[in-house]
Design a protein. Structure first.
Length: 133
């Protein structure tokens, strides 16, 4: 196999349902501006802001993410440091959580966000020290 990506095992903070599916995280999405509902699959790789969706999501659009299992809103009362859109939070199986920006095209949109270096190192440490095989 080629390069191994750091795939995060994420779950809903409300219902604890696992949301990582392979190397994607599938979330329900709603775009207020256009009234569209759909599904967005975010890359579960740390720092990768690739998004796969059938929805028409222009760069700069803020997306409301919901858990596909319990429909809880995933936004938290915190603004993106870069663009001031609401941040979204998911729990990490290894402990803790990751946050990302809800605005398409923002650098903070990657899971793991814009990474504050300290935060990122913490996260990496937690992930690599996990005693799983
Ligand atoms: Zn849920
Ligand atoms: Zn942002």
């Amino acid at each position: 196999m080629s390069k191994s990506l750091l795939i995060m095992d994420l779950s809903c903070p409300q219902c604890a349902e696992r949301l990582t599916d392979g190397c994607k995280v599938r979330l329900d999405a709603y775009i207020k501006e256009s009234g569209q509902h759909g599904v967005m699959a975010l890359s579960a790789a740390f720092g990768d802001y690739t998004v796969v969706t059938d929805m028409d999501v222009p760069e700069g659009t803020v997306v409301e993410f919901r858990c596909p299992k319990c429909e809880a809103g995933l936004a938290i009362p915190l603004e993106c440091k870069l663009c001031k859109a609401p941040m979204v939070s998911l729990n990490l199986a290894q402990g803790g959580y990751v946050e990302f920006c809800s605005r398409r095209g923002c650098k903070g949109h990657a899971l793991g966000g814009i990474g504050d270096i300290d935060q990122m190192m913490n996260l990496m440490n937690r992930m690599f020290e996990t005693p799983y095989d």
